[in-house]
Design a protein around this ligand. Structure first.
Ligand SMILES: Cc1cc2nc3c(=O)[nH]c(=O)nc-3n(C[C@H](O)[C@H](O)[C@H](O)COP(=O)(O)OP(=O)(O)OC[C@H]3O[C@@H](n4cnc5c(N)ncnc54)[C@H](O)[C@@H]3O)c2cc1C
Length: 393
């Protein structure tokens, strides 16, 4: 790639924003590089927040994404502790919470997502969400043996929190709309295996359940279910999904529709890109897509940096995520539709280690690979997806 001297402003200096900055420098960007973030902290990684950090295995310093020396080596300007509050799209300028105006030739939006909350839980002491390091440290302080914790939302985050908490001796109830933990992303078979792990560890599972309200009683928080049952709790974690952090872009003229709508090159407008959890782009093989996972944050950053530097290509990854629960690494490449047929290719579910290829219910095409405690073989089987999920020209 040739040298580039344009000014680049990256809004959101976490996994996706930092990776974009690094890829730009690696690719020959010599111009001014500014990273703006609402948090004061140096960039840190989020996956350990619900796992090693929440369990107390890791000190907070271990979640840092880079050393201070590596951050310095980027030769970037850091504007931390200031929120972006508005974007002038045509002028490519961002107004920050201190009133500063930052202007650049290229702007990359990497503001991630914000957790959803229940209106009835706003401001309620003991009601938590988990997105930031502060959230994780606060929740960690509450996970004492015998405490009653209700986790609302049985997707990946809620399941991980329930797993970590029960391992610490907390009395955990996991309640959610899905029939079993993570059934929306793992499909039926693996989510039932996961449910068995949770139950064996002592988690009370309430699947296919809706929460009507969360309120404070005299001695406990009350989680009221649609069924009329009330779950008393010392603490509640709300893990019912997230919304793209785009409120500050409301008047920007950018197309916002569950994320910043971009083309296949992750371009939202002339000179403006989006990357990571906040970006909804046109995947050449899979259509309009927004992914909330760590691998995508890093890979999409490389694609965006290449495009800014003039050698972009349509971004067409095979979606991938992992979760770690009860000592098992569960991995999904591609997607596992609820009605997919599973073909076990390696290992054996009864031994606690296996890989399965998910086949489309209609045409038997491989659409996903599910790995259960077999990372190497899972990676090998991923190749089966490459030919069938390849982007259409
Ligand atoms: C607890 C937890 C566990 C996870 N576990 C896994 C896992 O096991 N596997 C997996 O694949 N993924 C996991 N993820 C998801 C993964 O961490 C995210 O996909 C990844 O962090 C996305 O990176 P990002 O940079 O796009 O967004 P973020 O990491 O959310 O960063 C966005 C940044 O933008 C900043 N920001 C937001 N709004 C503004 C504004 N207006 N002005 C300035 N700055 C702003 C924020 O302060 C933040 O630093 C987990 C996430 C969480 C929260």
């Amino acid at each position: 790639m040739s040298e580039s001297h344009q000014d680049v402003l990256i809004v959101g200096a976490s996994a996706a924003g930092l990776s974009t900055a690094e890829a730009l420098r690696r690719g020959g960007h010599r111009g001014r590089l500014t990273l703006l973030d609402a948090e004061e902290r140096a960039p840190y990684d989020r996956p350990p927040l619900s796992k090693q950090l929440l369990s107390g295995q890791w000190e907070p310093s271990k979640v840092a994404l880079r050393t201070n020396e590596a951050l310095d080596a980027l030769g970037a300007e850091w504007v931390l502790g200031e929120r972006a509050e508005g974007l002038e799209t045509a002028a490519r300028s961002v107004r920050t919470s201190s009133g500063r105006i930052l202007t650049a030739d290229a702007i990359v939006v990497a503001t991630g997502v914000v957790p959803r909350r229940f209106p009835s839980s706003e401001g309620l002491e003991g009601a938590h969400v988990l997105r930031s390091l502060d959230d994780a440290l606060h929740l960690q302080g509450r996970l004492r043996p015998g405490n009653r914790l209700v986790v609302i939302g049985n997707g990946v985050l809620g399941s991980e929190i329930a797993c970590t908490a029960v391992t610490l001796g907390v009395d955990v109830t996991l309640v959610g709309r899905a029939v079993a933990p993570m059934s929306g992303t793992l499909g039926g078979f693996a989510s039932y295996l996961l449910a068995a792990k949770h139950e064996a560890a002592g988690v009370r599972l309430l699947g296919e359940s809706r929460v009507a309200s969360v309120s404070r009683g005299w001695t406990a928080i009350h989680v009221l279910l649609d069924s009329g049952e009330v779950l008393p709790a010392d603490d509640v974690v709300i893990a019912i999904g997230s919304d793209p952090a785009t409120d500050w872009l409301d008047h920007s003229g950018l197309d916002l529709n569950d994320g910043i709508v971009c083309d296949a090159f992750c371009r939202a407008a002339s000179g403006i890109w989006a990357v990571g959890d906040v970006a909804r782009w046109e995947h050449p093989g899979l259509g309009s897509l927004r992914l909330e996972n760590r691998t995508n944050a890093a890979e999409q950053a490389i694609a965006v940096a290449a495009d800014i530097l003039g050698s972009g290509e349509p971004y067409s990854p095979i979606p991938y995520f992992w979760t770690d629960q009860f000592g098992v690494r569960i991995q999904v490449h591609g997607v596992i539709p609820a009605n997919a047929r599973l073909r076990i290719t390696d290992g054996d579910p009864s031994s606690g280690r296996f890989v399965a290829v998910a086949l489309d219910a209609v045409d038997n095409r491989p659409v996903g690979v599910l790995g259960w405690a077999m990372p190497k073989q899972t990676r090998v089987r991923r190749a089966e997806l490459e030919s069938v999920m390849a982007p259409t020209p």
